[in-house]
Design a binder for this molecule. Structure first.
Ligand code: F6P
Length: 331
């Protein structure tokens, strides 16, 4: 353990918890676990509202075990979230640390995606202890195989596409559906497999509209397919234009649907509640042991924690085999 990442466990008594960036179902489970686990181990726990924005503005309130009652099954984040422009400056980070000191916070648990993790690293680099928990529907954080909210979002998108299939089938149309994921295609690829999509377009793989989309759809039609599902990851291309091209070039009537923020809401699935709870407890465990500036991650069936710098230097991408499997299943 590096000197920078070890702290005297006795010196941490008051911990803050915040959610930042895009909300994700299951964030409430993490907060609940941090609050209850923290109180169990003798910490005082404070909720920081509206993410880093609320940290520098002092939106900080003490939480008790009852503050997190009835939150586990709720989507969103009851602490609210924001994408703070002010915090993303060196002065913003200084202000946030100064405000944390006003409230006697010794460390903060941050829950969010890659932007949130960079914010956490900025705090750590200036000497303020942090623990980061991955919460994003995109599952695009390199150090972990799982991020909180991913399962719920995949299920929500799957259910929506099942409905779109009903109408595409009735009209013998092609339904072109855009799913979220920012610059990553994990959500799109898994949803495509689960909904039996004919085509999936993800940012990690180049897609040629003629050979990878039009030709695939026409070959499918020639094998007897009467309706089609095309899943487009939002970072790939213009979904409206893709639908328009399919209709114009292939002569298959096409409709575009952008699922959008629908995918971020809803009651978390069992997996997100359970993973969120365990990751939240692991965050507390790190603080209890005086191990700070850590990232909680899921790797090969285990919940682990990694140094934040090390975690942020990792990269991950889609396995080509997964894409190949999706294409085989679409025959
Ligand atoms: O990172 C989660 C996410 O939902 C992405 O999939 C999407 O690109 C982005 O957030 C949308 O952000 P906002 O809610 O700020 O429009």
């Amino acid at each position: 353990m590096s000197q920078q990442n070890a702290t005297n466990s006795q010196s941490i008594r008051n911990i803050g918890v915040l959610t930042s960036g895009g909300d994700a179902p299951g964030m409430n489970a993490v907060i609940r676990a941090v609050v209850r686990g923290g109180i169990f181990h003798g910490f005082q726990v404070f909720g920081i509202e509206r993410g880093f924005h609320g940290m520098w503005r002092g939106n900080i309130v003490e939480l008790n075990s009852r503050s997190v009652s009835e939150k586990l099954q709720r989507g969103g984040t009851f602490l609210m979230t924001a994408r703070s422009k002010t915090f993303n400056t060196p002065e913003g980070v200084d202000k946030a640390i100064a405000m944390a000191k006003v409230f006697n916070l010794d460390a903060v648990v941050v829950i969010g995606g890659d932007g949130t993790f960079r914010g956490a690293r900025d705090l750590a680099a200036k000497g303020f202890p942090v623990i980061a928990v991955p919460g994003t529907i995109d599952n695009d954080i390199a150090c972990t195989e799982y991020t909180i909210g991913y399962d719920t979002a995949m299920n929500t998108a799957m259910q929506a596409i099942d409905r779109l299939r009903d109408t595409a089938s009735s009209h013998e149309r092609c339904s072109v559906i855009e799913v979220m994921g920012r610059n990553a295609g994990y959500l799109a690829l898994n949803v495509a497999v689960a909904t039996g999509a004919e085509v999936v377009m993800i940012p990690e793989a180049e897609t040629n509209i003629q050979s990878d989309v039009i030709k695939v759809l026409l070959e499918g039609r020639n094998r007897g397919k009467k309706h089609f599902i095309v899943v487009v990851a939002e970072g790939t291309g213009n979904t409206m234009e893709i639908a328009e091209t399919i209709e114009r070039v292939a002569g298959i009537e096409a409709r575009a649907t952008i699922l959008g923020h629908l995918q971020r809401g809803g009651s978390p699935t069992l997996r997100d509640r359970q993973m969120g709870s365990i990751m939240g407890l692991q965050a507390v465990e790190c603080l209890r042991q005086g191990r700070v500036n850590r990232v909680i991650a899921y790797q090969q069936g285990n919940i682990i924690d990694l140094d934040i710098e090390e975690a942020l230097s990792m990269t991950k991408t889609i396995n080509a085999k997964d894409l190949e499997r999706a294409n085989i299943l679409a025959l």
